[in-house]
Design a binder for this molecule. Structure first.
Ligand code: GTP
Length: 235
């Protein structure tokens, strides 16, 4: 097995499925079943999920809202998604714990690194909600931060494209996909993998990032089994 402990980053938008807003129960169940297969392989799984299907602080700010208020709303949106995912995972028989960076103790445990690691060691999926708990940071940054804290082997960024290309594959059909690429090359070629805060935090801490298509059935389990899925950004 390639990985012992992973941090899976899911986008909030992906939970919409074919909808324009909110959560598609079908997509949620598909994700839960994908994650279950990985857990059954004995791999420890932590998850950070975005909130863009419900609210984005940046978009709120663009429409005149105070940015900090907007980001607080976005953080709460990630908690809503986290709870939905927790429910879907438990529904398919996966043990989970949710921890949040903002205290909402009646709803979920507060984030405590040592407790998160114990949960992982016991085979529970740990969902981290509320991003980093601070405005002006993305959930990608939260994902890298938590991955480093829990000493994950890699961060797996589930997207709707199957890796990193030299050009936008949705616009240019001749775009070429990288199997592996270095952090340095990503910067030199001006490719977009994550926002710079998240990306440099990952690079400085030698945390590999794997970008892959989370919406293709079986991809996640193939990836953790060592099959060449997606693009690996390594140092
Ligand atoms: P171990 O006993 O260490 O294996 O872990 P555990 O999570 O089962 O034990 P604990 O007694 O801490 O938690 C029991 C249940 O309560 C779990 O479902 C936790 O997620 C939940 N829980 C623990 N602390 C909190 C909290 O601060 N807020 C909320 N809402 N739930 C909590």
């Amino acid at each position: 097995m390639q990985y012992k402990r992973i941090l899976l980053k899911l986008s909030g938008e992906a939970l919409m499925g074919d909808r324009d807003y909110g959560i598609d129960p079908k997509r949620l169940k598909e994700y839960a079943l994908e994650i279950k297969q990985v857990v059954e392989k004995g791999i420890e799984v932590a998850i950070v999920i975005g909130g863009g299907n419900i609210f984005r602080g940046v978009s709120g700010a663009a429409n005149g809202m105070d940015r900090v208020q907007g980001d607080h709303m976005g953080m709460l949106a990630t908690c809503i998604n986290g709870l939905a995912l927790q429910s879907a995972l438990e529904d398919v028989g996966v043990y989970t714990r949710m921890q949040t960076a903002l205290e909402i103790k009646e709803v979920a445990e507060p984030y405590i690194k040592r407790k998160a690691i114990r949960h992982l060691e016991k085979g529970r999926v740990v969902i981290f909600g509320a991003g980093t708990g601070n405005p002006y940071f993305t959930t990608d940054t939260a994902a890298v931060l938590r991955a480093i804290e829990i000493d994950a082997d890699a961060i797996l960024k589930g997207t709707r494209v199957d890796g990193i290309y030299n050009d936008d594959p949705e616009k240019n059909k001749d775009a070429i996909k990288f199997e592996t690429i270095t952090f340095k090359d990503v910067i030199e070629k001006g490719l977009k993998v994550m926002d710079m805060t998240a990306f440099t935090l990952s690079e400085e801490n030698k945390l590999p990032i794997i970008v892959f298509d989370m919406n293709k059935n079986g991809n996640l389990v193939k990836l953790v089994s060592g099959e060449p899925i997606g693009t690996i950004v390594d140092y």
